[in-house]
Design a protein around this ligand. Structure first.
Ligand SMILES: [Zn+2]
Length: 442
């Protein structure tokens, strides 16, 4: 069996790994590179394979950086199966559709016409839903999903390979969730894998701070000082958590309540999936209530009436790293209001406007090149994340033997290096940091 690392190697977007066994090829994830222009342009790099010869895509979860390249592969001739959980299929369809709409509508986008709605339609017909733990055959291997926490439907991929010497277990972690996320249950522990491909987004970080406290601090500031608050949030998972926590806080503390509006077509679609599968979360009733009764901006006239408003007012919009999306119209509208507060609850990857803002820069540029100067305040919170931190990653590994080989991906170089050092210090003998196009034989 051969494994080739294609994406999310030097960074945290563009997840894609090629697996070859019995002369058959399949991919684990097919994600888009996201962020700033030079990262987005990585999407147009020549492929390391012919899409016609890919038998299947095994999809860990619905985020764009794991699923967003699927329609491109379809456009280029991929006709295989796409294996994933039902929740992932629903979220991926929303995410891909939104991406196609942005790429089609926007002539100045660097990936204009990269794919369109017809490719999403075709991709949709290739999905093969697999519940967690249900084994299926692919390229002579036995495969099943196990829960990865992270977001609704997110899974790790467990691959069993029969060999003369016995069975080998190869695991692809996907994005791993947290041990005590307010909404999602913790990931299933990694089985005793022989070989492991593991994400390391927070491999170098032990997360500090308390999600609810940091959010409450923001909510109180907006109310008490009558300010405009804009929250930059990922449309899938983070938004649903924020809406639920905000709604719960307002229920418990009506004195803090201000007008709260969400703006994002994809967010609305994702809300529906979260309502449908609320029973898989820790807060099913709270989530359903919060998502059903939140005020939304759906029509131009609603946006026009909001534009002239003074605080207190809170708007939740995406994208989470401020790289583009609806949030830009709010940032443009209130950029000269030095009392406005931009709240960045989440990972801000290198090179994104969100990272620049969190580092103190105020002049930012979106992925199409539009610029603004933000004169207001910026609040960051690293407590919010749907990724495991270093301690949680280590806890997930507790059944993995010290002789196993661990390849670290999905992390910035410093995070991977810090995690490699930590794992080595704890006794794992074969921890490796692959490069793009590194191929390993298992
Ligand atoms: Zn993810």
């Amino acid at each position: 069996m051969k494994i080739k690392f294609l994406g999310a190697i030097e960074d945290v977007t563009g997840s894609m790994t090629l697996v070859e066994n019995n002369n058959q090829k399949f991919l684990i994830d097919s994600g888009m590179y996201q962020g700033v222009l030079h990262i987005v342009k990585k999407n147009v790099r020549p492929l390391a394979f012919d899409p016609h010869e890919i038998k299947a895509i095994v999809l860990t979860h619905g985020h764009l950086d794991h699923s967003g390249y699927i329609p491109r592969l379809v456009k280029l001739g991929f006709r295989g199966d796409i294996f994933c959980t039902r929740e992932t299929m629903k979220l991926a369809r929303i995410v891909m559709t939104d991406s196609a709409r942005i790429l089609e509508e926007n002539e100045h986008h660097p990936l204009h016409a990269f794919y369109g709605p017809e490719d999403i339609l075709k991709a949709t017909s290739f999905f093969k839903v697999k519940p967690l733990k249900e084994e299926f055959d692919l390229a002579g291997l036995k495969i099943h999903f196990q829960s990865a926490g992270h977001i609704l439907g997110a899974s790790s991929v467990v691959v069993k390979q029969e060999e003369k010497q016995g069975e080998k277990t190869i695991v692809f972690s996907g994005d791993l969730g947290r041990a005590n996320d307010p909404l999602m249950f913790p990931p299933d522990d990694c089985p005793p894998a022989d070989v492991l491909m593991m994400e390391s987004t927070y491999g170098g970080t032990i997360r500090k701070g308390d999600i609810e406290q940091e959010l409450i601090q923001f909510l109180k500031k907006i109310k008490n000082e009558s300010r405009i608050g804009i929250i930059a949030s990922f449309a899938v998972a983070r938004s649903q958590l924020l809406i639920t926590l905000i709604s719960e806080h307002y229920k418990a503390h009506p004195e803090d309540r201000v007008r709260f509006v969400i703006d994002g077509p994809m967010m609305l679609e994702a809300n529906k999936v979260y309502v449908e599968y609320a029973h898989e979360t820790k807060l099913p009733e709270e989530l359903k209530q919060a998502l059903r009764f939140v005020e939304t901006l759906q029509h131009q006239r609603e946006w026009e009436s909001l534009q002239k408003k003074d605080g207190p007012l809170i708007i939740l919009s995406s994208s989470g790293m401020v790289a583009g999306g609806r949030i830009w119209r709010h940032l443009e509208n209130w950029q000269d209001d030095d009392t406005a507060v931009l709240f960045l609850p989440g990972y801000q990857s290198e090179g994104t406007p969100g990272r620049a803002l969190s580092m103190g820069r105020r002049e930012i540029q979106d992925e199409e090149g539009k610029r603004i100067k933000w004169r207001g305040e910026v609040m960051t919170s690293s407590a919010f994340s749907s990724h495991a931190d270093q301690n949680e990653l280590l806890a997930w590994l507790k059944n993995v033997p010290k002789e196993s080989t661990i390849y670290l991906n999905h992390g910035e170089p410093e995070a991977k290096e810090a995690f490699r050092e930590k794992l080595t210090a704890m006794g794992w003998k074969h921890v490796k940091v692959p490069h793009v196009l590194t191929e390993v034989e298992i």
